[in-house]
Design a binder for this molecule. Sequence first.
Ligand code: ATP
Ligand code: ZN
Ligand code: MG
Length: 302
Amino acid sequence: MDMQTSFLDRLFESGLLIDTGIDGLYGRSGQFEDVITAFERLIDKFGGADGAEAMRFPPGMNRALFEKSGYMKSFPQLAGTVHSFCGSELDHMSLLQCIEVGDDWTKGQEATDIVLTPAACYPLYPVIAKRGNLPAKGGLFDLQSYCFRHEPSKDPARQQLFRMREYVCMGTESHVTDFRQRWMDRGVEMMKQVGLEVVIDVANDPFFGRAGKMMVNNQRDQNLKFELLIPITSTAKPTACMSFNYHQDSFGQKWGLNLEDGSVAHTACVGFGLERIALALFHHHGLDVKEWPADVRKALWG
Ligand code: ATP
Ligand code: ZN
Ligand code: MG
């Protein structure tokens, strides 16, 4: 049995995560949720004075806008679509028959107008573009959403449905890169307050296929993505618990996000992987929250 399986097993045994029979799809206990709530309060404490506009979207998004985002070009392997039965009574009978005999009943399912949200910030850009030019101070938004990625794994830190808390900044190049740097510094400080050792490193997204290789190199060469890494299931390959992404003006171009003077906005987003942060805390301080160091408990619960 490898390390990953055993940490997952211990999480199941303690009840913190609840097995559903699917890798990467878990229930969470009240205790687990309480840690996430406490950590989100810490995020609020660090980011609260910035005056971000809070918005919450459900974990599904407009399929047409998802198509426009280009997600299927870059990450077709991770996407999840919502399909439904749209047939007649006759179709219904053959569907039930399929289930009865163990045939594939999903073939007749039709795509709906909804796809699962792949990252918390995806629904935001078209909404802001629709408002017209950004105000002089730019845009700052506070988001949180369950996100879906089809990447089943025994690693409890790689789930298929997980929550991402994000701040998204829109403005000039220096405005949004300053924002990103500020959150890198804050991320390190926050993790220090909850007793977690971190490193920050340049990173890349898992762009699909041969064309993706070029995008990976470009992203790394230009330092467009950084990750805050914490050892969870492996010290050799620590887990990304935050990411800091500078999109240059690519989202501004794509969605028609413009500054007050009409020029194209640059954007950046920082994301907290809430389950991963909770798992890092449980891994590092133990599965019993009552036993956590006093200063860590104080940082989280006051
Ligand atoms: P990884 O390299 O580990 O796959 P990522 O680069 O795909 O991470 P992002 O797309 O930057 O991650 O997402 C923002 C944050 O969401 C990550 O830093 C991480 O904390 C969290 N996250 C991403 N994928 C998952 C997942 N499958 N399960 C749990 N949390 C995740
Ligand atoms: Zn984002
Ligand atoms: Mg990933």
